[in-house]
Design a protein around this ligand. Structure first.
Ligand code: ZN
Ligand code: ZN
Length: 408
């Protein structure tokens, strides 16, 4: 478990840099119930910073598992209106929210992937209005993690004290081991923003990924795309950082201009199940073939969520020397693993990754090539030998990555 002093610094970091909580503003915190003391520290810090109201949403994977085991699919797919209203009210009332994700990566390994997929689909559909708002930055939000025993055991199966090891790894990834974490984050954000500026200035039409594993994929970029790094501006004009840690610079792929094959570089954990060693083939932006050595059925559920999850919604570049990549730890948690490797996401694209996107409607966004879907799933493709080239409209090629690391 994180020491109390570190936890206080952690909460301050997330509230100031992450959601950038403003005086009088409401805050919702989602937290595993077994870590209620973490929520208490966050709530106390939030009130001391001037929060108007702190609301907690407790989560419990053990009860979720029982629910999936015993309740039938039809019942579970009937998403109650109160839950939808509760989420929507965050945007309506100008709250911000912190999601503390600490899932056991294989909590639902014995549950039918089809059932999990059906429920996830129903939930994503019911909460579409809320997730659209989140992805268009109508709300300031931040996803972070804390160690739990079940998760730590998956990451450090042979360690004497897995939770202590995971705490240390999270502290490092969050720069909480530096003398002044707030300052360390400001410097980090500035470095990422410089690189994003270069990419925005370059106006690439395509990005081409290639490695020895078999990835050979040309990803077209949306018209008017904007590369974004750590810090974003919410619709209220206030900056925030949506994921902590974050090492990525990302933008919008063109939904009709993706061709070739990609091979996964790391396992992907979704719905409490693990997908590994998978491959996707694209033609004109659409997945036309896929395979997986582990978790094929779960992958199938993700891809077949709706028409939009058959296309890409995000392309993100991260070098192999990012602190998380250098740690060599496989976290089995996308929040960390996606910051160790170049990644893509199937599903909804962020409206903010095209110029003035938060003011455009869905059909205007589609004209620019931005994908829409009820969900969004990131997965890692960056290997230590990954070669990445940016291609401009006039055919000029600029090498961006050699051997998995930035060369610009
Ligand atoms: Zn990403
Ligand atoms: Zn993503």
């Amino acid at each position: 478990m994180l020491k109390n002093e570190i936890l206080v610094n952690y909460a301050k970091l997330v509230l100031k840099i992450g959601v950038n909580l403003q005086t009088g503003q409401g805050l919702e915190i989602a937290c595993p119930v077994e870590k209620s003391q973490v929520a208490e520290v966050f709530a106390k810090q939030a009130y001391e910073l001037g929060a108007g109201l702190v609301r907690i949403r407790w989560e419990n994977q053990n009860i979720d598992k029982l629910t999936y085991q015993y309740a039938d699919q039809k019942t579970l797919c009937d998403i109650p209106k109160w839950l939808v209203d509760c989420r929507n009210s965050l945007i309506e009332k100008g709250f911000c929210y912190v999601a503390i994700s600490a899932d056991d990566p294989s909590a639902f390994k014995d549950i039918s992937a089809q059932k999990l997929g059906a429920v996830a689909k129903a939930r994503a559909k019911a909460l579409k209005k809320f997730s659209d708002g989140v992805m268009a930055n109508a709300i300031r939000w931040c996803v972070v993690s804390i160690p739990t025993l079940a998760w730590a055991k998956q990451v450090f199966p042979t360690a004497k004290d897995p939770e202590a090891e995971l705490s240390l790894a999270i502290e490092k990834a969050m720069r909480l081991d530096t003398p002044n974490p707030l300052e360390a984050w400001q410097t980090h954000i500035a470095t990422l923003e410089k690189r994003a500026e270069f990419l925005n200035y370059s106006r690439f039409e395509y990005v081409h990924f290639k490695n020895a594993k078999g990835t050979d994929l040309k990803v077209g970029l949306a018209d008017e795309h904007v590369w974004i790094s750590a810090r974003e501006k919410a619709q209220d004009g206030v900056h925030f950082v949506a994921n902590m840690p974050t090492e990525e610079i990302f933008t919008a792929p063109h939904k009709f201009k993706v061709d070739g094959v990609l091979k996964s570089a790391m396992p992907l954990c979704e719905n409490g199940q693990i997908i590994d060693d998978f491959s996707l083939t694209f033609k004109n932006g659409e997945i036309v073939d896929y395979s997986a050595k582990v978790g094929y059925e779960t992958l199938k559920q993700l891809i077949e969520t709706d028409e939009g999850t058959k296309r890409l919604g995000e392309i993100a570049l991260i070098g192999k020397n990012s602190p998380i990549a250098k740690s060599g730890i496989l976290f089995y948690n996308t929040l960390f693993d996606e910051n160790a490797s170049c990644h893509l996401a199937i599903g909804k694209g962020y409206p903010t990754t095209v110029k003035n996107g938060d003011k455009l409607d869905l059909s205007e966004l589609e004209k620019l090539g931005l994908n829409d879907a009820t969900d969004h799933f990131d997965f890692m493709i960056g290997t230590p030998d990954l070669y990445v080239v940016g291609i401009k409209k006039d055919g000029t090629k600029v090498t961006l990555f050699e051997d998995g690391e930035w060369v610009i």
